[in-house]
Design a binder for this molecule. Sequence first.
Ligand code: SF4
Length: 104
Amino acid sequence: MKSSRRTFLITSLGVVSSLALSRQAFAADAAKVSESDPTAQALGYKEDATKVDKAKYPKYAAGQDCGNCSFYQGKATDAYAGCPMFAGKQVASKGWCSAYNKKA
Ligand code: SF4
């Protein structure tokens, strides 16, 4: 009785941790935002911040990129991570869009 309960607990933990792992794998595999994506076009998103149309987006200043934006969901060292402006997709750490908001 005791040992079957333990087996059950171990099995449940295994299921929970593999679910957590597959969710992480999904996040890492999420598609990257394409510059031709309608939301990307609307927000002026560029995968390379230095290519931002400065005439159209005068608020852009050199040094700003997704990696130091408050919306970037990864670490500054992650090349790509999620952003709420592009649900379910990943933006480049070196990218930029007009919703940029400097991380405090
Ligand atoms: Fe990058 Fe920030 Fe724009 Fe998201 S909101 S795409 S993190 S600049």
